[in-house]
Write a protein that binds this ligand. Structure first.
Ligand code: PRT
Ligand code: ZN
Length: 284
């Protein structure tokens, strides 16, 4: 039994998807120019598809799981389950208006022509806010629609905002925050579910490692208690005596979110020679 994973053939999610598999210790055999490739050291087969087709393939069971943007998952509304947030491909789906226009909230959209590649998500938003507007579905270059008189408003994916800016538009309201997620077929059989669990365990270890740093520092023994209290570590910090009397080396793991704050406090508590090292995998 092998688990079938659908990923984007080429485009914004392809490289990060491949990188995550590689970091999870999964070697992919043949090149990506084919439709399919097999992992050589894990029971996983890869299918390379257009991102728009991934939810359908997973619903049909052609693939058991897929890596795809939430924007596509919710737009396609197929019978698939979001099993895990992968943390890359982050963007938002937003309404944007001419930069000179003053957007007054959702009522601004009433009676307007809206160009988008996400008609379902836009219609859901309009329904929720009880607004009637005209949706023009466009498959690409949505941002040029106002300039050529095709629409008054666009609803498109934004990451840096530079595409909107270059087209004289400004972001007005976000209707969805999106990232790449792992979707799975509803009712995955037991054996496939077990392989998925192994895969998720590896992915989680990679993600956890990225969020954390290994820290080594020298501390005067007089301040050791204070320094240890600042460093939780996986269980507790490792403390090793230095050759210089009265000093110890302290090793620990710090989460990215409070990294700088802890480093500052460590310095105040007399820590010296602080080294920060990336972690490759983290298994708890
Ligand atoms: O060929 P295929 O159909 O597989 O690919 P595609 O062309 O439909 O999709 P692709 O590769 O462009 O994007 C794949 C996924 O990446 C999307 O479904 C999102 O989940 C995610 N993603 C993340 C983005 C962006 N960021 C993004 N910025 N997808 C598109 N954009 C576009 C946006 O549409 C706009 O044209 O980038 C432009 C805006 O970027 P900024 O940085 O100028 O704001
Ligand atoms: Zn696409």
């Amino acid at each position: 039994m092998r688990l079938k994973l659908a990923i984007q053939k080429s485009g914004r999610l392809h490289d990060d998807s491949m990188k995550l598999l590689k970091e999870s210790g999964i070697d992919i055999g043949n090149g990506v120019n084919k439709l399919k490739a097999d992992a050589t050291n894990f029971p996983l087969d890869l299918f390379f598809l257009r991102d728009d087709d991934i939810p359908q393939y997973v619903e049909d069971g052609v693939a058991d799981i897929g890596f795809v943007g939430e924007n596509v998952v919710y737009e396609k509304a197929k019978k698939v389950e979001v099993a895990y947030e992968l943390g890359f491909g982050k963007c938002r789906l937003s309404f944007a208006v001419n930069k000179n226009e003053s957007f007054t909230g959702s009522s601004f959209l009433a009676g307007k022509k809206i160009a988008t590649s996400y008609p379902v998500l836009v219609q859901n938003y309009l329904n929720k806010n009880n607004i009637k507007a005209e949706i023009h579905e466009i498959s690409g270059s949505v941002e040029i629609a106002p300039g050529i008189g095709l629409a008054d408003v666009v609803c498109d994916l934004v990451s840096s905002g530079s595409t909107l800016f270059m087209n004289g538009l400004k972001e007005a309201e976000t209707i969805l925050h999106s990232q790449a997620v792992l979707i799975k077929k509803a009712g995955l059989d037991k054996e496939a579910a077990q392989i998925l669990e192994r895969l998720l365990f590896r992915i989680e270890s990679v993600k956890k490692a990225k969020r954390n740093k290994y820290v080594l520092l020298n501390a005067p023994n007089a301040n050791l208690d204070k320094i240890i209290s600042l460093l939780p570590g996986m269980k507790s910090p490792t403390v090793v005596a230095l050759a210089t009397p009265g000093w110890s080396s302290v090793h620990s793991v710090i989460d990215e979110s409070d990294f700088w704050e802890i480093i500052e406090q460590l310095k105040l508590a007399g820590a010296e020679g602080i080294l920060v090292v990336p972690i490759e995998k983290m298994i708890l």
